[in-house]
Design a protein around this ligand. Structure first.
Ligand code: DSN
Length: 412
């Protein structure tokens, strides 16, 4: 239960909405791959007195007095991030993923400069240069693709593009791609054209921390990550880099783009990084991937078209149009039976972003709740049943009851 006696007394409308959200989370099979459930210790740090403090600057070099305790907190977050990922430098102040990536562009690019990144529909991310973003108005983004069926990236083609387009940043990383990336090859391509190599590991940071996926930090010049996905921390961002880029990154974050960092968020991040250093986190990360593989197999065996030929990480991208549904329809149907996933574009998608062909599912959240392969089989079968019978209200009511009961057995 949320500790909300003060909110209840002072602001019943907000208290009620928070209470309902807590119940929704408890009763839902949460399969959005970018979501997770933080520990009570992380939540306590987020709701702590650190939110009251301005701390523009960095530990030991602040523009405000009274930061002796805040400095300890931020330094602990920095030290833990460096230790966990083997980084030479860490900036823990980015408010979230979009400002974090913008800070990297601001550190290395002049207006009009080029970034080479992965296409959004092939698993990339909006902040990697989609035309709707502010960054795309200032910088020039060119995009590479991957093979939709196997997920293979044609590194020779990427090298050709890099030679032709002369990017200042060569960017890998993704939000809907389910395979491992060859960091050596990306880094070599970047060096060949005199660019900075960058990896956005937002989705997989927890799996890297838990040792189940390759760590890009020792290889790539810059690694960005949000802190609230598989890493299971508070919402926020973090930039890890080699020492030679530290000054440029720190200046770009503050004072370049941001003002006062959110020190309650940084305290919560320090707590989450401490959790990710524990042996149990390795077990968690292994289970996330094991669960994703089983869920993927069940969906594939049940006839769903899985993009990129399977999964090496926590997520699955599937095309639902062969079932006669759009991604939006599938999302709404599953929402109605208490399973939350999200609609997503697929490579070469003929449909629009608000009603694409695909859905994206992931296992970090329900693995935190303690679910294992057996539960993934039950959930995968339920998903197939509902999507194959989109108008069967009796079936939907039965599945909804089953999913709520299952979710309640695994309280956060
Ligand atoms: N919005 C996040 C996701 O769902 O993948 C990425 O920023």
């Amino acid at each position: 239960m949320i500790q909300s006696e003060h909110i209840q007394r002072q602001d019943p409308q907000i208290a009620e909405a928070l209470h309902n959200e807590e119940q929704r989370q408890r009763d839902t099979i949460e399969l959005i791959p970018s979501e997770n459930f933080v520990s009570l210790a992380v939540r306590e740090a987020l709701g702590s007195v650190a939110t009251n403090k301005y701390a523009e600057g960095y530990p030991g070099k602040r523009y405000y007095g009274g930061n002796q305790h805040i400095d300890i907190i931020e330094q602990l977050a920095i030290d833990r991030a460096k230790q966990l990922f083997g980084a030479e430098h860490a900036n823990v102040q980015p408010l979230s993923g979009a400002p974090m990536n913008l800070a990297v562009y601001a550190a290395f690019l002049q207006p009009g400069d080029t970034v080479l990144g992965m296409d959004l529909a092939h698993g990339g991310h909006l902040t990697h240069g989609h035309p709707v973003t502010f960054a795309a108005k200032v910088f020039r983004f060119v995009r590479y693709a991957c093979d939709p069926e196997t997920g293979a990236i044609d590194y020779d083609a990427v090298r050709e593009m890099a030679r032709r387009e002369k990017p200042k940043i060569v960017l890998c990383g993704f939000s809907a791609y389910s395979r491992e990336i060859d960091y050596e090859k990306f880094h070599a391509i970047a060096k060949e054209v005199g660019a900075v190599s960058m990896m956005d590991m937002a989705h997989i940071a927890g799996l890297v921390a838990g040792g189940v996926l390759k760590n890009p930090v020792p290889m790539m010049d810059i690694v960005t990550t949000t802190t609230h996905k598989s890493l299971r921390g508070p919402r926020g961002g973090m930039i890890l880099c080699k020492e030679e880029f530290a000054k440029a990154i720190d200046k770009a974050v503050f004072p370049g783009l941001q003002g006062g960092p959110h020190q309650n968020q940084i305290a919560a991040l320090a707590v989450a990084l401490g959790e990710a250093m524990q042996p149990e986190f390795k077990t968690y990360a292994q289970q996330v991937v094991a669960n994703a593989k089983v869920l993927c197999d069940v969906l594939h065996t049940g006839g769903m078209r899985i993009l990129f030929g399977g999964t090496d990480n926590h997520l699955i991208l599937a095309d639902v149009t062969p079932l006669g549904l759009s991604g939006r329809e599938a999302q709404e149907l599953l929402d109605s039976v208490s399973i939350t996933i999200n609609k997503n574009m697929i490579p070469l998608d003929p449909r629009k972003p608000m009603d694409p062909s695909g859905i994206r599912l992931g296992t970090p959240a329900m693995t935190t709740r303690g679910m294992k392969e057996e539960e993934m089989r039950v959930i995968g079968s339920a998903i197939l049943e509902v999507l194959r019978n989109p108008t069967d209200a009796t079936l939907h009511a039965k599945v909804r009851d089953e999913m709520i009961a299952l979710a309640r057995r695994f309280e956060a």
